[in-house]
Write a protein that binds this ligand. Structure first.
Ligand code: ATP
Ligand code: MG
Length: 579
């Protein structure tokens, strides 16, 4: 329950609308009770007057009252729905933006813990479920309490004993039913929240991985898992519906029993009237109408387990601390950047072994270096550390002698163009995918960048309006890479970080791309990760990483002369060529 407190605190921001909603709900219930009570009494009194032959019975006033109560009930119900839903949507929109703001800084490190569908589910469905809290729990509970007080007070004018009996029964039900149905509904609610999330995650995975599942013939197995989750989910929904029906049945039973009791007690006399006549109808109908206020309470608490489970999941997401926090202090973008990597070590969270150990590297302004090493030796990690996707645990990285932690996120991003190992293509137009790197670039500019990387063929049919499909599926691996490179060309920055930009390209295209990179980076600082040995002779320095340490560094000629690891790479490549 405590998990709900921060969410309840959010309601304070809209206290006026919320209080007004509760007041209107109360007025609606009151009008409803007045309508039934008054009309019940009126019909009974008219019948009795007719039987007794009384000709002076004033029927105008009660008839007016009945009509008035009916009109107030309709108007108040309408206003209550408008006001309370408006308040709930305001709280939800605040909560959604608040949750999204919390998710953003987690990117990319902290977010990797959650699967995409899981994140979306928390942001959309779980936040949505929280609207039950006010609409189905708080508002009905408060209105019911107020109604019990008013009914007991109102009826005690006629007979305090009868009024207290009715009020006591209703209060006992109000205290008992929520506890009972909360307990019964809790496991069902938790199950519903978990299964909904599982189902959506599995469904998204199924849709996203459809091609792979078909290739490996795993479609049916995956589908049957999905069906099973759906089956469990439906079962839970059925259980909840059954519980809902049970709560309603119990309410009907409680109403019937209470009415019989009140009828029996009232028949024995009301207050000072030993022959109460139409007043019996007043009491009976008042009791009948008052139970309308209790109706939603049992149902509400049955949903509370669902609400609490969702609240826990949203709270868990909100509580995530970003791995990296940026200062707000923007620094002027320098024309050139020297990078100093000073004795850094880095271990991924929850991993036993460090990926990088005591790395020292000085890259001067405008220098071009290549990072080489076996797969998994930490090259991409080093690049990510330069972009502050993670923070180092030991040592420091400085740009122009300023620690990178002193740059705001905007300053840091404006200083570098990055092509990461996996280029993400957005499901949008070619133009949008490029504008990402340079929002103000003209179409000519974008087309020129594409031409530079040899992708002008993409422009043939729809030009820049070409639709890229989900994750750029209709592009080849090499095309995706070159699109990433085109983005990097468009984003003018003094540091260029490229993670295997020529992977998957044929030798001719590779030469062309490498020449383009050299030309583009003429007075920029370049860090190029590669597994390919071609073109490295043009770079200023080559650094070999191994087992998380910097093994060798020097230019192509020196390293070859040293006959170390770089030399071995060359020998092996030559041997493979001759095979
Ligand atoms: P490749 O040449 O195959 O791209 P790499 O040198 O770029 O390899 P990295 O991607 O830096 O290698 O990974 C270095 C090591 O860190 C690997 O063992 C990898 O499994 C591990 N690793 C990478 N990313 C993470 C992560 N987010 N969490 C935990 N471990 C990670
Ligand atoms: Mg890599």
């Amino acid at each position: 329950m405590r998990v709900l407190l921060p969410f309840l605190a959010l309601y304070r921001r809209h206290w006026f609308r919320i209080s007004l909603g509760i007041l209107l709900a109360f007025i609606t219930l009151l009008a409803s009770i007045s309508l039934l009570t008054l009309s019940g009494w009126f019909l009974a009194a008219s019948a009795l007057a007719g039987l007794a032959g009384i000709l002076t019975f004033n029927y105008m006033l009660p008839a007016g009252g009945v009509r008035g109560a009916a009109i107030i009930r309709t108007a108040a119900r309408y206003a209550e729905r408008v006001v309370s839903h408006d308040a709930t949507f305001r709280v939800l929109s605040h909560l959604r933006v608040f949750t999204f703001r919390k998710i953003l800084p987690l990117s990319p490190a902290g977010i990797a813990k959650f699967r995409q569908a899981e994140l979306l589910n928390r942001l959309v469905a779980d936040v949505d479920t929280l609207d039950h809290l006010y609409l189905r729990v708080i508002s009905p509970l408060i209105s019911a309490l107020a109604i019990i007080a008013v009914i007991t007070f109102g009826l005690s004018w006629f007979d305090p004993y009868l009024a207290m009996t009715l009020g006591g029964i209703m209060l006992a039900l109000l205290l008992l039913l929520p506890i009972l149905f909360y307990r019964a509904g809790k496991p069902i609610g938790r199950g519903l929240t978990a299964l909904r999330s599982q189902y959506r995650t599995q469904l998204t995975t199924w849709l996203q991985g459809h091609a792979e599942l078909v290739v490996f013939g795993a479609l049916n197995r995956f589908r049957s898992d999905l069906n099973q989750i759906e089956h469990h989910w439906l079962q839970r929904q059925k259980q909840q519906a059954n519980l809902g029906a049970l709560s309603q049945a119990l309410m009907v039973l409680a109403t019937g029993l209470t009415l019989t009791l009140i009828l029996w007690l009232a028949a024995g006399g009301i207050g000072t009237y030993s022959q109460p006549g139409a007043l019996i109808a007043l009491f009976v109908f008042a009791a009948l109408a008052a139970f309308e206020a209790l109706g939603p309470v049992a149902g509400a608490f049955q949903h509370l387990g669902h609400v609490i489970a969702s609240a826990e999941r949203v709270a868990n997401l909100i509580a995530q601390k970003p791995e990296v926090t940026f200062t707000q202090h923007d620094l002027v973008k320098p024309a050139q950047v020297a990078i100093e990597i000073d004795n850094i070590s880095f271990t991924y969270p929850e991993q036993p072994q460090p990926v990088l150990r005591n790395i020292n590297l000085r890259i001067t302004q405008g220098e071009h270096i290549a990072l080489l090493g076996r797969t998994g030796c930490g090259k991409s990690t080093l690049l990510q550390l330069l972009t502050r996707a993670w923070d180092v645990q030991q040592g420091e990285i400085r740009f122009n002698s300023t620690p990178i932690a002193d740059y705001s996120e905007t300053s840091l991003r404006s200083m570098m163009s990055v092509v990461s190992q996996r280029v993400h293509i957005f499901s949008s137009t070619l133009r949008d995918n490029l504008l990402l790197a340079s929002p103000t670039a003209s179409d000519e500019h974008l087309a020129h960048a594409l031409k530079c990387v040899g992708l002008d063929s993409l422009l043939i049919n729809d030009g820049l309006n070409m639709w890229m499909g989900d994750g750029g599926r209709q592009l080849s691996g090499g095309e995706q890479r070159r699109l990433g490179l085109a983005r990097a060309l468009l984003h003018t920055a003094p540091v260029i970080l490229l993670d295997e930009p020529t992977e998957g390209l044929d030798a001719e295209t590779e030469q062309h791309i490498l020449a383009l990179i050299r030309e583009h980076c003429r007075d920029k600082t370049l860090v190029l990760i590669t597994h390919r040995l071609s073109g490295l002779e043009h770079l200023d320095r080559i650094c070999i990483l191994d087992g998380g340490e910097l093994l060798e560094e020097g230019n192509h000629a020196t390293l070859l002369a040293n006959e170390g690891r770089y030399y071995q790479f060359h020998q092996r490549a030559k041997a493979l060529e001759t095979v």
